[in-house]
Design a protein around this ligand. Sequence first.
Ligand code: GLN
Length: 258
Amino acid sequence: MAVVGVLALQGSFNEHIAGKLHLFSLRKIGVKGIEIRKPEQLRDVTSLIIPGGESTTMAKLAELHNLFPALREFVKMGRPVWGTCAGLIFLANKATGQKTGGQQLVGGLDCTVHRNFFGSQIQSFEAELPVPELASKEGGPETFRGIFIRAPAILEVGPEVQVLADFPVPSKRLLGSDPSLEDQKENDEEESKVIVAVRQGNTLGTAFHPELTADTRWHSYFLKMGNEITEAASRSCVPVEVSVCHKQPPQNDLPIFQ
Ligand code: GLN
């Protein structure tokens, strides 16, 4: 049985492992999820999910448990890592809209994420997202029901990042005006798009919560990423660790102020 680590400091780690009804996510696709709380536990897994929750709190707990160096090493080694929502913020090289004092990031995913881009808890929403890449790899419908809870959005990506889903927003939102969606006047808006799902090599990021739906395609997509990476490494006869260890560490842990 395949094994995936799930960072279990805070947030929706259990939903990734088993789902509320023990029907969803990893368990539904026959994968064992292991809760990760200590750096040394990362040695027992070859891939990792960083769940949604509250990224500032999660970062404080990760600092307390001295997890950041091991998490950064895990990403740099080329191991598959998927961040959902707060987990996406963790993986981003840069985050904006953080609490005063900023927070540490793991980094590795070449993008800028705006924390709470879509507003507060009461502005949470669900939307059908076109997901052509997911549908072509995993089959099923051309859209995926995204559950956005105090969700971040990706505002910029580097050249190596593949965009897997985006979402329309009024253009004004991207010009640094009032961040509250409620305050937007209708009819006088041009539409732009923000990015809500990306992949860069071994890293996957989704601004929404696939673990809260019964559609397991993102979980199986992530699992296949692991298989692809292992196969590519064995074809080139170079261990994954060695092939990527010369990469520069991301410049990501300066505090970023709002
Ligand atoms: N915006 C939240 C944060 O900053 C993340 C929300 C979520 O994971 N549902 O942590």
